[in-house]
Design a protein around this ligand. Structure first.
Ligand code: G1P
Length: 304
């Protein structure tokens, strides 16, 4: 049985261009989904799976991220003096218990593969996880915990996957797993994968979701890949280079993924997570009513 994975890499050096001007001063990963920054969901998902070392790969624009994770005893005291104990406790628990945070620098934005390579010294010679916080997965247990469970059987490299509409292959890494689709909870051997192919060239409609378990040999593979799609060093290309040398499998997790790198996906995540919050009773009802009214209005508008 492979050793448990303790380290997770979070590439967070992106510019968030699709969300400008919202992301001019606030990094994309700190945009809220309901009342937590996007990044917190991924960090909690990793902690739930047993990760104890979180490695953020950041650019120079990481002051807000560091501030978010730094304890703020002044603010905690102020909340306490105002009787806001629950709020104080939520603040004090931003970093999950037993989790240590580290920062690795990505001096120039040369792509996801490059970002992962920048975490090499922090990861060392052991298997690790990569989480792309843009991909928010609503699942119980979390997506990474599900993957860790299956990794005990597969070992090697394991990628999360889901089927996407055929016209969206040029947004994702696309997998070749031979014939047949994948059911939730299913595993498959990966025969090939290609980054953001146009629909006509895509080997399937099975896309990589931003959760990976990787072996340390990925670093040597990353050293060997030339710039690929978009002129960037692609993680996809390095994983493809490992096929035949190590097991590479994919896993159709159980749950719903929201692509929060996209405005629509982010809005949908906010609605889905708000509706799923027991402490939002009442607000949830009002939100539901609003969605129904807006839906009806759009239908009427669309018919005109
Ligand atoms: C990255 C990966 C891609 C993967 C996607 C998942 O793309 O390169 O293979 O399918 O994340 O969200 P990006 O979103 O950085 O363009």
């Amino acid at each position: 049985m492979p050793k448990p994975i303790r380290k997770a890499v979070f590439p967070v050096a992106g510019l968030g261009t699709r969300f400008l001007p919202a992301t001019k001063a606030v990094p994309k990963e700190l945009l809220p989904v309901v009342d937590r920054p996007l990044i917190d969901y991924a960090v909690r998902e990793a902690a739930e799976a047993g990760v104890t070392r979180v490695i953020f790969v950041t650019s120079g624009r990481d002051a807000a991220l560091r501030r978010h994770y730094r304890p703020d005893t002044e603010l905690e005291k102020t909340l306490e003096s105002r009787g806001k104990v629950a709020e104080r406790d939520r603040l004090a628990a931003i970093v999950p218990e037993g989790v240590q945070l580290e920062f690795a620098d990505q001096p120039v934005p040369l792509g996801l593969g490059h970002a992962v390579r920048c975490a090499r010294e922090h990861v060392g010679d052991e298997p690790f996880a990569v989480l792309l916080p843009d991909d928010l997965v609503q699942a119980e247990p979390g997506c990474l915990a599900q993957m860790f469970g299956r990794y005990r059987e597969t070992g090697g490299n394991l990628l999360a996957a889901e089927t996407i509409p055929p016209d969206r292959t040029d947004r994702y890494g696309i997998l070749d797993v031979g014939a047949g689709g994948m059911v939730p909870g299913g595993l498959a051997d990966v025969r090939g994968l290609v980054e953001k192919p146009p629909p006509a060239a895509a080997p399937s409609t099975l896309a990589v979701v931003g959760r990976y378990i990787l072996q340390p040999e990925i670093f040597a593979a990353l050293d060997g890949v030339a710039p690929g799609a978009g002129g960037e060093i692609q993680l996809t290309d390095a994983i493809a280079a490992l096929i035949g040398r190590q097991p590479v499998s994919c896993f159709r997790f159980e749950g719903v993924r929201f692509d929060c790198g996209d405005r629509q996906g982010w809005l949908m995540a906010n609605v889905a997570f708000a509706l799923d919050r027991p402490d939002f009773d009442g607000i949830g009802d009002e939100l539901r009513a609003l969605l129904e009214t807006a839906g009806r209005r759009n239908q009427i508008g669309g018919a005109e």
